[in-house]
Design a protein around this ligand. Structure first.
Ligand SMILES: Nc1ncnc2c1ncn2[C@@H]1O[C@H](COP(=O)(O)OP(=O)(O)OP(=O)(O)O)[C@@H](O)[C@H]1O
Length: 261
């Protein structure tokens, strides 16, 4: 089996004495999309934040490409974070409204010292906008002149600027209208293939996860209760919690589709 890109083992976290994560373990292979599903409050965002070390877990291991994320010092953590970029739920909150699109996309390049030449940085920002389905003409505009879906495309361009190997997407389409959700999901699906990206994709919407993910991990009250391929989990859920999640919403019949989205 291929070496996983991301390996998470026994992640544990409490806030103010209340256990929020209890021994969470999973892996993401190179080029794989793993969906993390579960009800609100089950611990999905905390898991993502612990993986990127935006929240310090109490215990557990996280390795990215075999490198220990939780033991990394400041400099090494910066390098590791370049390889795992996050896309958040709310593109209205995550993009600084005072910055132009060019500045927003160029900022991570400057932070990581990746493209010192100003002209080349701008060229890269223009290319990235086209990669996410926008146009270089948008470079000098501010986030306020874009719709929610366009802003999420800008967030994705910003995340891709440093050429990460892993995208951690925390509910990236749940603040968008349904028709726009489909466009952003298509973009992620396309990017994953074109750039050979791995994605940890967090969502409470099971249909969205079914559409995009190869494997699915189901989280209940801070524990993973089931991990399997999309077809296994949706077609033959083993855990009662997974069954109750699936019963609550209409999800496409997995036997209707091929094995790959
Ligand atoms: N910084 C924090 N301080 C205290 N409690 C927190 C903190 N962050 C998260 N929690 C609590 O941890 C639990 C898990 O939250 P988390 O956001 O990880 O769940 P989630 O599955 O992502 O839910 P949602 O879909 O609503 O974001 C919740 O009860 C939440 O209130």
């Amino acid at each position: 089996m291929t070496e996983p890109l991301l390996r998470v083992a026994n992640l544990t976290k409490s806030f103010a004495g209340r256990r929020v994560l209890s021994g969470v373990s999973f892996e993401v292979a190179p080029g794989e999309v793993l969906g993390l599903v579960g009800e609100s409050g089950s611990g999905k965002s905390t898991t993502a934040r612990c993986v990127a070390r935006l929240t310090e877990p109490d215990a557990g291991q996280v390795t990215l490409g075999g490198r220990d994320v939780l033991a990394a010092g400041r400099r090494e953590l910066r390098v590791l974070r370049r390889d795992m970029q996050m896309v958040f739920q709310d593109p209205y909150a995550s993009l600084n409204p005072r910055m132009t699109v060019a500045a927003l996309i160029e900022e991570p390049l400057a932070v990581h010292g990746l493209e010192p030449d100003r002209r080349l940085r701008r060229k890269r920002a223009a290319d990235l906008l086209e990669t996410v389905g926008l146009s270089a003409e948008h470079l000098d505009r501010h986030p306020r002149s874009f719709s929610g879906g366009q802003r999420q495309r800008i967030s994705i361009a910003r995340a891709l600027a440093v050429r990460p190997r892993l995208l951690i997407c925390d509910e990236p389409v749940s603040s968008l209208d349904v028709s726009v959700q489909a466009q952003v999901l298509n973009l992620l699906r396309d990017l994953r293939q074109r750039l050979d990206l791995s994605i940890l994709f967090i969502a409470h919407d099971l249909a969205v996860v079914y559409y995009l993910c190869d494997r699915v991990a189901v989280m209940e009250q801070g524990s993973l209760v089931e991990v399997g391929t999309r077809t296994e989990v949706y077609g033959n859920p083993r855990h009662p919690y997974t069954r109750s999640l699936l019963d609550a919403v209409p999800v496409p019949d997995p036997t209707d589709r091929g094995s790959h989205p």
